[in-house]
Design a protein around this ligand. Structure first.
Ligand code: NAP
Length: 245
């Protein structure tokens, strides 16, 4: 069995997931990164190696449930343990409800919510065997207060809160915690794709008057996945510069 705690991070190739993978590796975890872009995963592997961390990168589309489950089971088998999973992979397909297609709704639910359900179900068994687990799901301020143009995304992120709290109740007795991090506006490809007017328009509603960074979210993930956070479960930790209060 690997001595280090083993941590899966989905959507590790860029943005917030990449920052979380780097941080958990710096915390001494053996990080297994999942995403589709093999080149970006390879560059992350190089960065973690260069910083003295240990990791493995896997090409995996989290929207393909059976493959995701097989990948997670494979991690637990290869290392003899699975301690931490951060379900971070996510997409947006924004549009006002009158024009939103069934496909855009289903795609967002599949990648943002269903994948976390499949991942938690697959991770639960090895975590129960180890009588230790830290599950962190990436929600959003949109899942708490809603957002025009994001009925699909807000529904998925709100769903993650119910999923996470239910898991926290089901698995708490086995030493497994489950929490949500709800970011506000964080610099990444996802927010860079927003029109400049939207980016600037939101600033007055953010108490700290700026977007956050991947490192802000990684710091929260570091805490919630630590051994010391063992009495924190079913919590939704907003890291949003005060946007949602
Ligand atoms: P991002 O820059 O667009 O990165 C998304 C990540 O998810 C990439 O690594 C991408 O990797 C991966 N991904 C997407 N679809 C995938 C799939 N089908 N299978 C596997 N991996 C997939 O987004 P981000 O801003 O870092 O967001 C990360 C998480 O935080 C998301 O859950 C997002 O909803 C949430 N969030 C972000 C913000 C924000 O302001 N940025 C705010 C609230 C919540 P590949 O393309 O290589 O597959």
């Amino acid at each position: 069995m690997t001595e280090k705690r083993v941590a899966i991070v989905t959507g590790a190739s860029r943005g917030i997931g990449r920052a979380i993978a780097m941080r958990l590796a710096a915390d001494g975890r053996h990080v297994v990164g999942f995403a589709r872009n093999a080149d970006q995963l390879e560059s992350l592997r190089g960065e973690i190696d260069a910083a003295g961390g240990s990791c493995e990168m896997r090409s995996c589309d989290v929207g393909e449930g059976d493959k995701l489950a097989t990948e997670i089971e494979g991690v637990a088998e290869r290392y003899g343990r699975l301690d931490i999973i951060v379900n971070n992979a996510g997409i947006t397909r924004d549009g006002l409800i009158l024009r939103m297609s069934d496909e855009d709704f289903d795609d967002v639910l599949r990648v943002n919510l269903r994948s976390a359900f499949v991942a938690c179900r697959s991770a639960a068994r090895p975590m129960m065997r180890g009588r230790f687990g830290r599950i962190v799901n990436l929600g959003s301020v949109s899942g708490i207060i809603g957002n025009a143009g994001q009925t699909n995304y807000s529904a998925a992120k709100a769903g993650l809160i119910g999923l996470t709290k239910s898991i926290a109740k089901e698995l708490g007795g086995k030493g497994i915690t489950a929490n949500v991090i709800a970011p506000g506006f964080i610099e990444s490809d996802m927010t860079n794709a927003l029109p400049a007017a939207v980016r600037e328009g939101v600033l007055p509603a953010i108490a700290l008057r700026r977007f956050g960074s991947g490192c802000d979210i990684a710091a929260a993930a570091s805490y919630l996945t630590s051994d010391e956070a063992g009495y924190v479960t079913g919590h939704v930790l907003s890291v949003d510069g005060g946007l949602g209060m």
